[in-house]
Design a protein around this ligand. Structure first.
Ligand code: NDP
Length: 297
């Protein structure tokens, strides 16, 4: 019987646990605050930011909404980040990517105070993660670690294949899985677009994390019997419905579930966890900055 790993349920548990931490902060007179900065008129980016703000408000985190005209000079974004860094009432800063071409996205990441970098993408935070001393784990791989733990999937000693090597998913995921720590101790193979015979790699894996952004590229024939399959992909494909499209993962769910021991659906798998872990990092940031100790879920 294949287990369907319910990301909505696990994310809800995380949010409940954060509610207790937020209450403890409130008792000490502290309200966590996350500033989201949007410099784009891309509808998908607008939707992501408004979902993040709604999530914050639902759990009692103040959402500070900053929008910058995409045609404004890069300096306007840099100055905004500097102001947010200096503002003691702001605990977390998230600049929605991608930023316009005339803005240096590496400079954006470097500019955010690492203590307020709740995405975990500042080079200092990336370095700390690799060194096994993470300050803020990036939301998607951290959420996947939580999903695996909730599903009772043992990473220690497991052969894990991560398909994708992006800075936001693949690389930090591989790093977390290889750490000598809880949720780690796996033997990790990282695959990408130049990997030869991907199927041979995935077939040898106890855990497959699919984060390539290619619709349904991993099917049941590429999996070992009983493998755990985590589908990170969110891909729009044409569909004969009102919207004209539907969202599918990087895994062909129907054939994969015939073989897998456990699998995440899309939607309802990794996506809700990514959102929950942003709240987690914001609460953690508030605790670190105010010195009010909380128990994190
Ligand atoms: P990127 O496009 O930045 O990276 C994709 C990676 O996949 C690259 O390393 C690329 O290789 C590799 N790749 C592409 N095609 C293949 C292939 N045919 N075989 C093997 N590897 C391949 O994507 P992201 O990491 O940002 O996102 C990946 C997916 O996850 C997307 O669908 C995205 O929408 C989704 N996503 C979902 C989130 C969630 O919360 N559910 C959060 C973040 C992302 P190379 O490096 O060689 O180009």
């Amino acid at each position: 019987m294949t287990a369907i790993i319910d990301g909505d349920a696990v994310a809800s548990d995380v949010r409940d646990g954060l509610g207790d931490a937020i209450d403890a902060l409130a008792d000490a007179g502290q309200t966590p605050a996350l500033a989201t900065v949007l410099m784009s008129d891309d509808p998908a980016s607008e939707t992501y930011v408004s979902m993040k703000q709604d999530d914050c408000e639902e759990v009692g985190i103040e959402a500070i909404d900053i929008e910058i005209d995409p045609d404004a000079p890069a300096a306007e974004l840099y100055d905004t980040i500097d102001d947010l860094n200096a503002d003691d009432d702001v605990n977390g800063i998230l600049v929605q990517m991608p930023v316009p071409d005339h803005v240096d996205d590496r400079e954006v990441l470097r500019r955010i105070d690492p203590e307020k970098d709740v995405d975990g993408f500042h080079p200092e935070n990336v370095g700390r993660l690799v060194a096994g001393n993470a300050r803020y784990k990036p939301c998607t791989p951290h959420g996947i670690q939580k999903l695996l733990a909730h599903a009772g999937v043992e990473t220690e000693g497991a052969d894990a294949v991560v398909v994708g090597r992006s800075d936001i998913v693949g690389k930090p995921m591989a790093n977390l899985l290889m750490q000598k720590a809880a949720g780690g101790n796996a033997t990790v193979t990282v695959c990408h677009s130049r990997t030869e015979d991907l199927a041979a790699k995935t077939r040898g894996a106890d855990i497959v994390i699919a984060a390539a952004g290619v619709p349904e590229m991993i099917d049941g024939s590429m999996l070992a019997e009983g493998a755990t399959v985590i589908d990170v992909g969110v891909n729009r494909v044409d569909a004969d419905n009102d919207k004209g499209y539907e969202l599918v993962g990087d895994v062909d769910f129907e054939s994969a579930r015939e073989v897998a021991g456990a699998i995440t659906p899309v939607p309802g798998g990794v996506g809700p966890m990514t959102r929950a872990m942003l709240l987690y990092n914001t609460v953690k940031a508030t605790s670190r900055q105010t010195g009010v100790e909380v128990t994190l879920p």
